[in-house]
Design a protein around this ligand. Structure first.
Ligand code: NOJ
Length: 622
């Protein structure tokens, strides 16, 4: 924003979560995601064929690494034009088979769509758009023509009266061809590879080379520093001098003569609105899944986000934590970075360390750039092992992630949070961008430096429990050095919290069918509490159920407090972290004779329970 009239809003909190609650109340609460979106996802730019993607899907399952969603980038398109399929390498008939295969295995498919439409009168989406007058214009009324993947391209003008119906029409044709599960909308800043309307006056059949492949490189319009709309007096330190470099230019004209200068930042948000509108009308009672690169205040109500083209480096692995936490503050809690990094080659060590962080991103997807070395999680044995271990925690805790996501939907509270949200009074947490919490009960302390096999993790006051060994760590507001061999990520449960979990399977659908269990981590007063939220994870008008969980005086109370969703699997196990020496267990008034009790490292595990989560119940531990 370079000027104009600004409205300021003040959110008085007082806590960080209150501020986000108040902010998202204004701009829109985060969208409800389908449950499957919490599964692990794989993508890359540069898959050569549908058969290669088929192999990737099979290789994940051979390696025993859960894969929920197979993504394909622009590669599937015919000459990278939206709504088309490459007849040789990604024929529609084979894409259909892949989709059927995925669905038969409880997996999903997401494909990319860009806003830029090839400017070519023989390409029907363009011809129909031209007829309906839906494209961004030049000052003289001609179509503004930039350059993106398919060559010279026009850009939908979301302000124009016919754009929604045209866009929905094109999407409907496309979805009727292939009923994909989710959409990835990219390049919607909107990105362009040239400066200005570089295709104006050039015949339709000319397809320019990508500028970075052209030799000699293309020459663009000379800089017009006298034009205040192109080079405003108050700039944003754009290194390209001209504000419009690599995007729709600020002098372009939208419907009703509105200069792009005034509305530029809304492009991605408006594309998100139009795309979501189509999805909710095409499948009225199914929660859409949409991922957008460009976002604005309020985008969280419509779309989810990844942090764009990062680099396969330890620096960008580290930065990804702050980026993820930022988007939680912006009201876009379903966020993650490209796992193992996009540009440049990932090393085995980096990729192992990255999945150990990425397994806990709310949106967890491996993505790679074209031409870089393959980095699917099964490519190296140590990465595969790190993935199996870290993703087993994610899949066990899917009910916890989903419950936290529902807190985001209802109150805006981010799923991934900085320590300072929980411990504002501890000054040392303020600058901590190396660790993060999921909800308020799970602390991730990853390795972010090359060659390290230990990690210095800050533990706020209180008691924390190692996820794997159940051993307690006393938090003393200082760093503790923890062992962190390559395949291991340190994960601790905060004393005082109850985390709902489920025996993990290879897909979210299969995990949802398994027994529930609770991780009850007691604080210094031997107390803990938590919540569990459930619904069908798919539709909008599903019944739900909120369940309160409380542990004190050796008693665990399970109290469904709202909703009528029927929870089918039983609660079969309770892990009591920090509770030692339990000898007997009673569920309500009946003696639970089949319960198996085991004690280890100061904790108790009780198995063999069969508790109906739809009813109020009490479990006593003696
Ligand atoms: C840019 C996106 O940020 C990246 O994720 C994608 O792979 C490329 N466009 C190609 O579509």
């Amino acid at each position: 924003m370079l000027g104009g009239t600004a409205d300021f809003y003040f959110f008085n909190g007082p806590t960080a979560l209150d501020v986000i609650d108040q902010y998202t109340e204004l701009v829109g609460r985060p969208n409800r995601i389908p449950y499957w979106a919490l599964g692990f996802q794989n993508c890359r730019y540069g898959y050569k064929s549908v058969y290669e993607v088929n192999d990737v899907i099979a290789n994940y399952s051979k390696a025993n690494i859960p894969l929920e969603v197979a993504w394909t980038d622009i590669d599937y398109m015919d000459r990278t034009r939206d709504f088309t399929f490459d007849p040789v390498n990604f024929p529609l008939s084979e894409m259909k088979k892949q989709l059927e295969y995925l669905h038969a295995h409880n997996q999903k498919m997401v494909l990319m769509t860009n806003p830029a439409i090839q400017r070519n009168s023989t390409y029907d989406p363009y011809a129909r758009g031209l007829e309906k007058n839906v494209f961004v214009k030049n000052a003289d009324g001609s179509v503004f023509v930039g350059q993106v993947w398919p060559g010279y391209t026009a850009f939908p003008d979301w302000f124009a009266p016919n754009t929604q119906s045209w866009w929905s029409g094109e999407l409907k044709r496309y979805f009727d061809d292939l009923a994909i599960d989710g959409m990835w909308i990219d390049m919607n800043e909107a990105a362009s590879f040239c400066t200005g309307s570089c295709g104006s006056g050039i015949p339709d059949d000319v397809v320019p080379q990508l500028p970075w492949e052209a030799n000699p490189p293309p020459v663009y319009r000379p800089l017009d520093t006298g034009n205040k709309i192109l080079v405003p007096p108050y700039t944003i330190h754009n290194p390209w001098v001209e504000l419009s470099n690599k995007t729709i230019e600020t002098t372009a004209v939208h419907a009703n003569g509105v200069l792009d200068y005034h509305v530029h930042n809304l492009y991605g948000l408006m594309m998100s609105t139009a795309t979501r509108k189509f999805l909710t009308s095409y499948r009225p009672n199914t929660r859409p899944f949409l991922l957008s690169r460009s976002t604005f205040a309020g985008s969280g109500a419509l779309v989810n986000h990844w942090t764009g083209d990062n680099e396969s480096s330890f620096r960008d692995l580290h930065v990804s934590i702050a980026s993820m936490l930022d988007f939680g503050i912006f009201g876009i809690p379903m966020v993650g970075a490209d796992i193992c990094g996009f540009n440049r080659n990932a090393t085995e060590e980096l990729c192992a360390r990255w999945i150990e962080v990425g397994a806990f991103y709310p949106f967890s997807r491996n993505h790679n750039a074209i031409g870089e070395k393959p980095q699917e999680l099964y490519r190296w044995e140590s990465v595969a092992e790190a993935s199996r271990r870290a993703l087993a925690i994610r899949y066990a805790l899917l009910p916890y992630f989903y419950t936290n996501y529902q807190r985001a939907v209802e109150n805006g509270w981010p799923v991934a949070r900085p320590l300072v949200f929980q411990y504002p009074e501890i000054a040392a947490t303020a600058g901590n961008d190396k660790q993060f919490l999921i909800g308020d009960g799970l602390l991730i302390s990853p390795v972010l430096t090359q060659g390290a096999t230990t990690v210095d993790a800050f533990f706020p006051k209180g008691v924390w429990y190692d996820w794997y060994t159940h051993k307690a760590v006393k938090g003393e507001n200082k760093e503790v050095t923890l062992d962190a061999p390559l395949e291991h990520v340190n994960v601790h449960v905060r004393g005082g919290s109850i985390l709902p979990a489920q025996v993990p399977a290879m897909t979210t659908t299969d995990s949802r069918k398994n027994d529930y269990y609770l991780v009850v981590a007691v604080d210094e007063k031997n107390r803990a509490s938590g919540r569990l939220y459930l619904d069908d994870g798919e539709t909008f008008d599903t019944p739900h159920r909120w369940i309160s969980l409380e542990y004190k005086n050796g008693k665990l109370s399970i109290s469904p407090d709202s909703g009528s969703y029927n929870v089918a699997p039983k609660l079969s196990k309770v892990v009591l972290l920090g509770v030692d020496g339990v000898k007997s267990v009673r569920v309500e008034n009946s003696k639970q004779s089949s319960a198996k009790i085991s004690l280890e490292n100061g904790s108790t595990t009780v198995e063999g329970l069969s508790i109906d989560l739809n009813k109020r119940s009490t479990v006593s531990f003696k």
